[in-house]
Design a protein around this ligand. Structure first.
Ligand SMILES: [Ca+2]
Length: 275
């Protein structure tokens, strides 16, 4: 079975969940550049401004973080992956996913059942997302260090204001809490975390441990299932209700990803999976 899967999620931009009060930031207001020339200066401003708000050891990680021209290049090219008709997009993205999704639902039945009990989110929806995002964790791409990606995008002018500055702060929060060392952990170019590609703010909202041993959305399928279900629940999912286009649950699906083609793909694929 062949997947033509690329990382989809945060690439198209997301609805934000902001941690209030942190974003009256001077660095946020004063700094954005379209090349790396003032990146070191920017990091200094961040470190000064967030001293005391984050542990010294967390802020120290920034010393080894570099401006990534690769991330910027990928960001600028991203729109191309969302071109074309829905039919061609759907065909390309969903190829091979449904049969494997059904297998995963069987294999991890107890966790999908638990997710449905805990959060009211049906297995086929979680499996659709999981398949689309990383082909059930098998698609690795060429992952980049997560903190470096989000720091670069937070500093960059194009989207810092709307999206990546808050994600950068969320990433520092993830590190500060000792959840994941995002300085070394790797993800897609927009700094996504784990097999369903959570941005840091979403990870903080959704992290769920379904198999003990702490939350591991990189390696644990049960944790991926639980955390993804929880994300939908905290974003307003209505248990047992329809999720076709035009429903309240489709509104929640729209928050998962801003790209219309992707939004339409999710319920269609979920229904294909559930047959
Ligand atoms: Ca776990």
């Amino acid at each position: 079975m062949k997947f033509r899967c690329t990382f989809l999620s945060a690439a198209a931009g997301l609805g934000l969940v902001l941690a209030p009060a942190l974003f009256t930031s001077e660095a946020y207001a004063a700094f954005c550049y379209n090349d790396g020339s003032r990146f070191n200066e920017w990091k200094k401003v961040i470190k000064k401004e967030y001293r005391g708000k984050f542990k010294a050891s967390t802020l120290k990680k920034l010393d080894q973080v570099n401006y990534s021209t690769r991330v910027i290049k990928l960001d600028r090219n991203n729109k191309k992956s969302f071109k074309g008709t829905f039919e061609s997009f759907y065909k390309r993205r969903s190829a091979g996913v449904a049969p494997l999704a059904r297998k995963k639902i069987k294999q991890y039945k107890q966790y999908f059942d638990k997710a449905e009990r805990d959060f009211g989110v049906p297995a086929e929806l979680i499996a659709a997302i999981w398949g689309l995002e990383t082909a059930f964790g098998t698609y690795k791409g060429k992952p980049l260090p997560i903190l470096e990606s989000v720091a670069t995008l937070a500093y960059d002018c194009r989207r810092s204001e709307s999206l990546f500055f808050p994600e950068f702060i969320a990433a520092l929060t993830v590190i500060d809490n000792g959840y994941i060392d995002l300085h070394t952990a790797r993800g897609a170019w927009a700094g996504e975390i784990g097999q369903t590609q959570f941005l840091a703010s979403r990870y903080l909202q959704a992290r769920t441990d379904y198999d003990g041993g702490g939350v591991d959305v990189f390696n644990s399928a049960p944790d991926v299932i639980g955390s993804t279900a929880k994300w939908f629940a905290v974003n307003g999912w209505q248990p047992g209700a329809d999720y076709s286009e035009g429903t309240a649950n489709f509104q929640v699906i729209m928050k998962w990803n801003r790209a219309t083609l992707y939004q339409k793909t999710i319920p269609k694929l979920a229904k294909e999976i559930s047959g």
